[in-house]
Design a protein around this ligand. Structure first.
Ligand code: MG
Length: 264
C-alpha cells in the first residue's frame, strides 16, 4: 500500500484502486486508527494521485555515518567508527514536501544534499528488541538530510552539536509517499540515488548500511520512546555535495519513488 496526501485528504492506493480518507493535515490518525480504512470510499485507480507532503512527524531521528564510503569521504576511518551510530534530531519545523523549495539560509555558503531511506514508525515502543523491530515499522519514505556543511565543520571543530547545521527551516524534505513495509520485503537491497539537475551525484544501495534497520530501531528505542509517525533517517551513501540557488534535486529509492525538490 502506498500512502500520501492529496488536497488535504490522505490517499492510499494499490495496483487496482485508490482510497481517500477525510483526514486533514496529518496522516497520524490513519496510522493510529486502522478502522479509518473501513470509513473511506474506494474508487478505481486511473492514475497515481498528485501527492503533497505526507505529514509532519512528531520527531525526526537521524543516523550519521551509516555507510562506510560516506564515512571515508567525511575523513573518518570506517574501522574507527563507534559500535553505536551517532544520532541527532531534526525539528518537525524543517519538514517540506514534494514540489516545495529549500531556502538556503544567509548564514551558510555550502549546503549539501544527503539522500536517506527513512523508517516511518507505526507503533509506540520503548526498549524494542531487534526481533520485534518489524512490528513497530509502519513503512518507508525518502528523506533529504539537508546540511549546512560549513556550519557543521565549525561545530565539529568546537565539539558543538550538529543541530545548528541540520535544523534550518526547509532542511528536511520528506516524501513523496509512504510505502508500507509489507511492500518492501527487504529494505536492505534498495537502490538509492540523488540527482542535481539530472546529474547523478549519489548512487548507492541500502545493502551497504553498517547498522541494519532492526538494530537501529533497537538502539533508538533504548534512548527514547518511539511514537506513531516518528521518522528515523538511516544515513546517506557516498557522493554528498553542494547545491545552489535554482537547482532541482531528485531523490529516488527503489520501490518508493522520486522526491523532487527545488531550491529557491
Ligand atoms: Mg545524514
Amino acid at each position: 500500500m502506498k500512502i500520501g496526501m492529496s488536497e488535504g485528504s490522505v490517499v492510499t492506493w494499490n495496483d487496482q484502486e485508490i482510497k481517500k480518507y477525510p483526514t486533514k493535515n496529518s496522516i497520524l490518525p490513519f496510522i493510529t486508527d486502522p478502522l479509518l480504512a473501513e470509513k473511506s470510499g474506494t474508487v478505481p485507480l486511473t492514475e497515481v494521485p498528485r501527492l503533497m507532503l505526507p505529514f509532519v512527524p512528531p520527531k525526526i531521528i537521524c543516523l550519521a555515518r551509516n555507510y562506510s564510503a560516506h564515512a571515508v569521504e567525511m575523513g573518518i576511518d570506517p574501522s574507527k567508527l563507534p559500535p553505536f551510530p551517532p544520532l541527532f534530531l531534526k525539528p518537525p519545523s524543517s519538514v517540506i514536501g514534494p514540489g516545495e523549495k529549500i531556502v538556503i539560509p544567509q548564514q551558510t555558503r555550502e549546503v549539501h544534499h544527503e539522500v536517506e531511506l527513512a523508517i516511518v514508525v507505526g507503533k509506540r515502543g520503548k526498549n524494542i528488541s531487534k526481533e520485534n523491530a518489524n512490528e513497530h515499522i509502519f513503512g518507508f519514505t525518502i528523506l533529504l538530510d539537508i546540511t549546512a556543511r560549513d556550519i557543521q565543520s565549525k561545530a565539529k571543530e568546537k565539539g558543538h552539536p550538529w543541530f545548528v547545521a541540520k535544523g534550518f527551516d526547509t532542511f528536511c524534505p520528506l516524501g513523496p509517499m509512504i510505502v508500507t513495509s509489507d511492500e518492501i520485503k527487504n529494505p536492505h537491497s534498495l537502490s538509492i540515488r540523488l540527482k542535481v539537475n539530472d546529474e547523478v551525484r549519489q548512487d548507492g544501495n541500502t545493502r551497504d548500511m553498517i547498522h541494519k534497520i532492526d538494530h537501529i530501531v533497537e538502539y533508538c528505542s533504548s534512548i527514547l520512546t518511539l511514537e506513531p509517525g516518528d521518522i528515523i533517517a538511516t544515513g546517506t551513501p557516498e557522493g554528498v555535495g553542494k547545491f545552489d540557488h535554482g537547482d532541482r534535486l531528485q531523490a529516488s529509492i527503489e520501490k518508493i519513488g522520486t522526491l523532487t525538490i527545488g531550491v529557491e
